[in-house]
Design a binder for this molecule. Structure first.
Ligand code: 5GP
Ligand code: ZN
Length: 141
């Protein structure tokens, strides 16, 4: 448990939450400031600040619960759309430094924006060069 981490406090039962489900590794609960109705969060119980410190097998357990919770949100609320969102670092919008995935129901007019252009393709050579850089840094599977 990390000091001053609100999600660790929730896991420890020292801070309140509206739970959905938990097991020994992972937990899902409602977001206290929902961007839309049904917005919830899935976390590992162990404290890892971001995706970069999270062991892949732990994130895999998070992902399995994300799928279950997303299916339940979809069946319960029937939103027209649903985003999964996972932020790492303040520049990505991360405000709680305990890795988590947002399960975020969407409506066409909800005003939430990840608003990059899908209509102006970048230079293919530049994309290929960046892909080569990324491939060189892939950790072993
Ligand atoms: P982030 O900004 O790090 O991607 O997402 C953090 C999320 O945690 C936000 O959507 C915020 O509303 C939620 N949050 C922050 N504090 C609490 C809390 O005490 N309880 C719950 N349930 N959610 C919280
Ligand atoms: Zn924590």
């Amino acid at each position: 448990m990390a000091p001053n981490c609100i999600f660790c406090a929730i896991v420890a039962g020292e801070a309140p939450c509206t739970p959905i489900i938990e097991d020994e590794t992972v937990m899902a609960f409602m977001d206290i400031h929902p961007a839309n109705e049904g917005h919830c969060l899935v976390i590992p119980k162990m404290h890892y600040p971001t995706l970069f410190e999270t062991p892949p097998e732990v994130f895999a357990a998070v992902a399995r619960l994300v799928v279950r919770v997303s299916l339940a949100v979809q069946a319960a609320l029937r939103p027209p759309g649903l985003n999964l969102l996972q932020a790492n670092g303040a520049a990505a919008g991360q405000s709680v430094s305990h890795v988590h995935v947002h399960v975020l129901p969407r409506r066409p007019d909800d005003g939430l924006a990840l608003n990059w252009s899908r209509t102006a393709p970048a230079d293919p050579a530049k994309i290929a060069a960046i892909a080569e850089q990324i491939r060189r840094h892939l950790p072993p599977a």
